[in-house]
Design a protein around this ligand. Sequence first.
Ligand code: PLP
Length: 572
Amino acid sequence: MEEIRAVADGVGIGFVDKTSESATPTSSRDPLPLLKVSSESLQYESGYLGAISDKTSDPHSDTNGNGGPTNVSYLTSILSSKVYEVAIESPLQYAPKISQRSGVRILLKREDLQPVFSFKLRGAYNMMAKLPKEQLEKGVICSSAGNHAQGVALAAERLKCNAVIVMPVTTPEIKWKSVERLGATVVLIGDSYDEAQTYAKRRSEEEGRIFIPPFDHPDVIIGQGTIGMEIVHQNPGPLHAVFVPVGGGGLIAGIAAYMKQVRPEVRIIGVEPADANAMALSLYRGQRVMLDQVGGFADGVAVKVVGEETFRLCRELVDGIVLVSRDAICASIKDMFEEKRSILEPAGALALAGANAYCKYYGLKDETVVAITSGANMNFERLRLVTQLADVGAKREAVLATFLQEEHGSFKNFCQLVGPINITEFKYRYDIGKDKALVLYSVGVHKAEELIAMKDRLESSGLRTLDLTDNDLAKDHLRHLMGGRSNLENELLYRFVFPERPGALMKFLHAFSPRWNISLFHYRAQGDTGANVLVGIQVPKEDEEEFIGQAKTLGYEFKDERKNKAYRLLMH
Ligand SMILES: Cc1ncc(COP(=O)(O)O)c(C=O)c1O
């Protein structure tokens, strides 16, 4: 569902005719057809400041060839915006742990603490509060399955105006219910966001309701710009840069429009996911482009085409774009949790990931930077993936695969070679008919050298090892698909609770191996006091009692799982 929303939210209201094959038509102000490009056509190292545009005009000039507001009028409109009738002045908080680690003073602009948990209400309210009374009486309409929907709904509630929010039928109940609770009329229509948008636009014309776009409108940009104004008075001292998450570009355009007028020396740096880099590509090519596909992980910023006005402002005012990986976003969600006990949604943690990567890449020290934590509307189900990837993203975990000789004792030998490194996940299933066994596992890494030394130990003992840390397919799917059925003789299946302490695995292996063959081993660190480990082990009938005796002396809790229905169905 998020992906559908993502694709469509970025289409820039009113600019693209979805009936066209080639994304050709744009508005009358945009003379060239939009070029379709792949996100892969512009990639650079995480933290590097790329997509630096050749500034098209003087930020202090008071003319705008496009007929839209001038830079000065953006400034004055931001200064007089009424967003505080609905938004809070969000705190600018010091992040001590992240700052100590990076050597840079990192300040978090806590937009995740807004009512409705994102900054989007600023832009929506600013636009709606400016509508004439008779227009408000006719009501407003928008299409969105994300934060914009909630922003418009809250603004409408405060302005006592009727709001219709159009969402695809696939929108999760939790999302449309939270909009409905704010008093808006929710219309669930169409299988995709595009269909919802088409309906919303038609209804806007039929009923004379004003369509409230998510980013590409001066009044929306002005509302988001109030964040820049707050940063300036909350941090009057030196400031190296402000890191801003970029979707359609409304947030960064507003912040840049204000800050480049009053603190022109402060860099305004956009951050995009590497697979949702529509702004970076547009700045790089000097024209708006359309992504052929957009990554949906950070759904709030998954936009295929940036706005026209937002692009114009970014081209003129923004200092460049940093690209980050999905894993790095997860690491920043964890950082924020450890720092403030708050959970950010992926788009909400994007700027922090960019700030971290940039500071590291350029070896920045003793400077101050701001990262906008823009939202906290996290899908609860997504947390599972986030926790799995957070340590990989922070380079604290590596995902590896090693080939073992399929013979008694090889597992124990392998564990000895892994040595003192902490194994955080382990998957192995005996495969009849193969002389080499493949184990998939993850290890906790404190220093990069430890990992290199471990890989050397394995390779020099003839155990071929692949590093899959950057392989998304392995992390998303294959790690869950390892193993399967294996009709083994005399296989016992036991669940053991290992104490989470170094040496627990070796103690276990000393008790059972190499006499009995280990045919299955599955473990994933869950942060519990005891780790749940599933073990398959081939024990001849006559040895079973001895096996149970050994298991008891081990002192770990254990349970026979041979009768488990799922095991019989899936693994046996
Ligand atoms: C949480 C969050 N962060 C960042 C953005 C990006 O804002 P913009 O589309 O104005 O660039 C959005 C957009 O909806 C968002 O919801």
